[in-house]
Design a binder for this molecule. Structure first.
Ligand code: 5GP
Length: 123
C-alpha cells in the first residue's frame, strides 16, 4: 500500500507554525491541541508530527519511537484532562471518504465530558 501525503493540509500548516493552535501537549513526535469546532466539552486532536495520512499509514510506516511517543502522550493527556476515570471518553479516527476524513493528516479525536451516544448512526 502506498499513501500520498499533502504537505499543504491544515495540520501540516499548524505543525509548521503557519496557523495557531491551542496546544494541550507537545513532545518530540506528537502534538495535541484543541479542536477548533468542539463536539463535546472536551475535544482534542492528537497528531503525529510526521507526514502520515491516516491510522493505517501511521501504524504501517511510523517508527517505533513515533508510535510509542504518540500513544504515551495520548495516555498522559487523557489522564491530565480528567478522562481516565469511569466516565471515560471516546477516541475516534476517520479515514478516507467512507470515514468522512476532512483533514488528510492522521489525527485521533479524544472526546469527553458528556455522554456521547452510540458509535455510529444506523444506515
Ligand atoms: P476529520 O473530519 O478529518 O476527522 O476531523 C478534522 C477535525 O479538524 C474537525 O473536527 C475540525 O473541527 C478540526 N479542524 C479543522 N481545521 C482546524 C484548524 O484549523 N484548527 C483546529 N484546531 N482544528 C481544526
Amino acid at each position: 500500500m502506498s499513501w500520498t501525503y499533502d504537505p499543504q493540509n491544515i495540520f501540516a500548516r499548524i505543525l509548521r507554525g503557519e496557523i495557531p493552535n491551542k496546544t494541550v501537549a507537545e513532545t518530540e513526535h506528537t502534538l495535541v491541541f484543541h479542536d477548533i469546532a468542539p463536539h463535546a466539552p472536551v475535544h482534542v486532536l492528537a497528531i503525529p508530527k510526521g507526514p502520515y495520512v491516516n491510522l493505517d499509514h501511521f501504524a504501517a510506516e511510523a517508527s517505533d519511537a513515533e508510535i510509542i511517543d504518540f500513544h504515551r502522550t495520548v495516555a498522559r493527556v487523557i489522564a491530565e484532562l480528567g478522562l481516565s476515570g469511569p466516565e471515560g471518553y471516546r477516541a475516534i479516527t476517520n479515514a478516507g471518504t467512507s470515514g468522512m476524513q476532512e483533514v488528510p493528516h492522521y489525527h485521533l479525536h479524544i472526546l469527553g465530558g458528556r455522554v456521547l451516544g452510540r458509535l455510529v448512526e444506523k444506515a
